[in-house]
Design a protein around this ligand. Structure first.
Ligand SMILES: N=C(N)NCCCC(=O)O
Ligand SMILES: [Zn+2]
Ligand SMILES: [Zn+2]
Length: 324
């Protein structure tokens, strides 16, 4: 890194509510000296053609950006200034076809591959959970099969819906079938709610997933859960996929398939902080459906979640940067 990172717009000079809403009011990637200068590319994915219930996650990315106006540059919980440690920039949205899921998946994989080729890690915002599959393909093409930490009320390892293979309920089964996940380090966190049958759990276990249910988090506490997850992940390249419905509907009403009895936003943020030593190569944050949100509750929780994830990435980038 030759020049220091370009940080957010100064909120003491330009009010937070003024100007365009990039993530955390960071520069756009095309405002950097070179677009390849981003260490972390925050990218929106406006796509929700894969949903089984309420639509609207195509608007999630921009709702998260709007809510992220209030983020401040120093993160005390991780004792780090993420946007000073590394260049984080907003790479805009991937323009995907809303009428053709197969084409959308190809477009997302290609765009993610291009961004990863610049050396950036990805923090994607918005979209339904279908998009995790093309993102994992792109990440695995670079790093090999990755460890997966999947925060969600749902397993998302179902086989098909109405005969469709590519939906928001099926990305991780497809990913296992494609051999792009390291099946020795797969975990769901926050799982809860009714299933189609007991076989769903047997299938999921056969694919290699371990489950930390929402009730486990409550009973065992965030520190023990984070310790267990870290032990399973080790030093493998890690991809974190966060479905905002992992949070209780009280903490995230703006989502498509809400389930009662979820994590608090405090628990989610603390577990992520507990993973700061992991080699987080990219992450997504999906299923924010602003039309069902109230007072930006969901979008604020999502923006803080993305902030913790980018902090983990920035710290890792700074810690492993070769000294000139
Ligand atoms: N990925 C999310 N949010 N939901 C999957 C639910 C699939 C179903 O309706 O069974
Ligand atoms: Zn879900
Ligand atoms: Zn999901």
């Amino acid at each position: 890194m030759s020049t220091p990172p370009r940080g957010p717009v100064d909120a003491s000079r330009t009010p937070r509510y003024a100007g365009p809403a990039t993530f955390a009011r960071l520069p756009r990637i095309d405002q950097l000296d070179a677009p390849t200068d981003a260490d972390v590319a925050v990218v929106g994915i406006p796509f929700d053609t894969g949903v089984s219930y309420r639509p609207g996650a195509r608007f999630g990315g921009n709702a998260i950006r709007e809510a992220s106006r209030l983020l401040r540059p120093y993160n005390p919980a991780q004792d780090a200034s993420p946007f000073a440690l590394a260049q984080v920039a907003d790479a805009g949205d991937i323009a995907v076809n809303p009428f053709d899921i197969n084409e959308a998946i190809e477009t997302i994989e290609a765009a993610a591959t291009d961004l990863l080729a610049t050396g950036a890690r990805l923090m994607t915002l918005g979209g339904d959970h279908t998009i995790a599959l093309p993102l994992l393909r792109a990440v695995a093409a670079k790093h090999g099969p990755v460890a997966l930490l999947h925060f969600d009320a749902h397993l998302d390892t179902w086989d098909t819906y109405f005969g469709a293979e590519y939906t928001h309920g099926t990305p991780f089964r497809r990913a296992v079938e494609e051999g792009i996940l390291d099946t020795s380090a797969l975990s769901h966190v926050g799982t809860r709610g009714p299933l189609y049958g007991k076989q769903d759990l047997a299938d999921d276990e056969r694919m290699g997933f371990g489950i930390v249910t929402s009730a486990d988090v409550m009973r065992r506490g965030v520190d023990e859960v984070a310790d267990q997850l870290r032990a399973r992940i080790g030093d493998r390249p890690l991809y974190i996929s966060i479905d905002i419905d992992v949070l209780d509907p009280a903490h995230a009403p703006g989502t498509g398939t809400p389930e009662a009895g979820g994590l608090t936003s405090r628990e989610l943020l603390e577990i992520i902080r507990g993973l700061a030593s992991c080699n987080l190569v990219s992450a997504d944050l999906v299923e924010v459906a602003p039309a069902y949100d109230h007072a930006e509750i969901t979008a604020v929780a999502a923006s803080h979640t993305a902030y913790e994830l980018t902090t983990v990435m920035s710290r890792q980038i700074a810690a492993t940067r070769p000294t000139p």
